[in-house]
Design a protein around this ligand. Structure first.
Ligand code: TXE
Length: 480
């Protein structure tokens, strides 16, 4: 079976300990490869390599940096099918989704920042005839980038691309649950001629390899995407070290549907925003609030459509809902479905694991689940489930639904469906979410700031925000 390797100092090498972790194919419930169980020693070697090449990389003409990143993007496009298959096998998501979203977006992330750095500018300020100030934005050093398992290559590149484009060198750790595409990506970096040490990928456990990156004194900036609990743990390590920190964390996103919406559009998109990637996208709308006058109609038609979603082999064309990412995550989701019933919820469809016959017999599948009859404050409506489970709730007044929407510890994204422009602006203004979609979902302009409020995150990624995060500014004031 394949043994994935770390990518350190431009070479694909075994972990220092020689130890490996089982890497599962969640659709089959079987080990299909091994992942390095890296430790502090591997991280030390990676940081040493990244430091040694920082001067060369940070002073390289931006056109040259950009060309190297664009060459990697070209290779991602060339290997699109191979990467999509690897993503689907590693994560359990439908192959069609990996082909349509994950891999094209990984390429787009590289291109966006490779070209963005060519136009990156800062500002100057003139003080009458007395002085002129100019602001320089310089790369910081070795950036630590840690990414989750739900959109593996998509979020891995979303982190490392701005760091590299801004002139930092990187030590990255993808999730140990879905390491494969980051490994294939490291092969593409070698083929593209990325100088050794510019990017280092250390595979392994969060509490070991991840923690070693976060705690390393020569890694002054950390960008993390993952669960809120882990984000809290990382902040405890980085704060006393005065490290720069960006946290993209969990969500419990409201999907608010007013009676004056485009009903068919709201219905169709809500299926997608509820169950895309098995609901394992932090931006999924897992709490659906429907204005009372159309609640019954929406509920019945929504449930009917959900019943017809095909849960199946992720490699088959017709599959809409693939495997959830692991046995442990499947059990976590099932425990929340159990909790929902204990809190008084009624399961309208789904609510149990599904056995997919054939090669996926041992896989981890859950039927897309819709629950109604819960209170806005119950745990099911307050805690992130991160699976194919949504709750439905009616509301009467705008103020009421805004209170419901804002009532959790999270504030990542929100969706509003209405035909009333003034209402759209008014409600968006009052929602405590970092990203708000009106009459659409997951429409992303990479130039816009991306991130959450409250316990959904700290800082912003995307566009210039990410470039500024990965640089430190200095202001020079010159007497005229
Ligand atoms: O997170 P974990 P998961 C959220 C999503 C859900 C979670 C799912 O909503 O809550 O992430 O991802 C490493 N020091 N988002 O379960 O466990 C770990 O090895 C250093 C929000 O993977 O936090 C993995 O590589 N690293 C997001 C990574 O952290 C540690 C979009 C994430 O693992 C560590 C996607 C430690 N102590 C998912 N412990 C958004 N808001 O955009 C673990 N890791």
């Amino acid at each position: 079976m394949q043994k994935i390797k770390n990518y350190i100092n431009g070479e694909l090498i075994a972990p220092a300990s020689g130890e490996y972790l089982d890497n599962y194919n969640p659709a089959e419930g079987k080990v299909y490869s091994y992942t390095p169980d890296s430790n502090e020693e591997d991280v030390k070697a990676a940081v040493g390599s990244a430091r040694s090449v920082f001067q060369e990389w940070s002073t390289m003409p931006v056109r040259q940096r950009a060309d190297l990143m664009l060459r990697i993007a070209d290779l991602i496009d060339r290997d699109h099918e191979k990467l999509a298959l690897a993503e689907s096998v590693d994560n359990g998501k439908p192959l069609k989704l990996a082909k349509r979203v994950d891999i094209p977006r990984a390429s787009a992330n590289m291109r966006f920042y490779a070209t963005g750095i060519l136009h990156f500018a800062s500002e100057s300020h003139q003080m009458d005839q007395e002085a002129i100030n100019y602001t320089l934005r310089k790369p910081i050093g070795v950036a630590g980038c840690i990414s989750p398992w739900n959109l593996p290559l998509y979020l891995f590149t979303w982190k490392i691309a701005p760091a590299l484009a801004a002139g930092n060198t990187v030590v990255a750790k993808p999730s140990e649950i879905t390491p494969m595409t980051a490994y294939l990506f490291s092969e593409l970096c070698i083929e593209a001629g990325l100088p050794a040490g510019v990017l280092n990928i250390v595979h392994g456990m969060g509490g070991k390899a991840g923690q070693a990156i976060v705690a390393h004194p020569d890694v002054p900036v950390i960008s993390f995407t993952g669960g809120t609990a882990t984000g809290r743990q990382i902040a405890l390590t980085t704060a006393p070290m005065f490290k720069k920190l960006s946290l993209e964390l969990g969500g419990k996103n409201p999907n608010i549907i007013f009676a004056d919406c485009d009903f068919e559009e709201a219905l169709h998109t809500s299926i997608h925003s509820s169950f895309a990637n098995q609901g394992e996208i932090c931006l999924c709308g897992s709490r659906i609030f429907v204005e009372e006058t159309i609640y019954d109609k929406f509920r019945d038609e929504f449930v009917n459509k959900v019943k017809n979603l095909t849960v199946g082999d992720p490699l088959e064309e017709g599959t809409k809902v693939g495997a959830v990412v692991s046995e442990a995550h499947r059990d976590k989701i099932l425990s929340y479905i159990q909790l929902a019933q204990e809190e008084g919820g009624q399961i309208l469809t789904g609510g149990a694991q599904v056995t997919v016959p054939g090669r996926c017999e041992q896989g981890h599948f859950i039927a897309p689940t819709v629950i109604e009859g819960l209170d806005a404050q119950c745990r099911t409506n307050q805690e992130e489930i991160f699976g194919p489970v949504v709750t439905l709730m009616p509301f009467r007044q705008e103020e009421e639904v805004i209170d419901y929407a804002n009532s959790t510890a999270y504030g990542l994204s929100a969706t509003i469906w209405t035909g009333n422009l003034k209402r759209a602006h008014r409600v968006a203004d009052q929602l405590k979410s970092g990203i708000i979609w009106v009459n659409c979902w997951l429409l992303r302009d990479l130039r816009t700031p991306f991130g959450g409020m409250k316990q959904s995150g700290l800082g912003r990624e995307g566009g210039w925000e990410a470039m500024r995060f990965f640089t430190e500014s200095k202001n020079v004031c010159i007497k005229m």
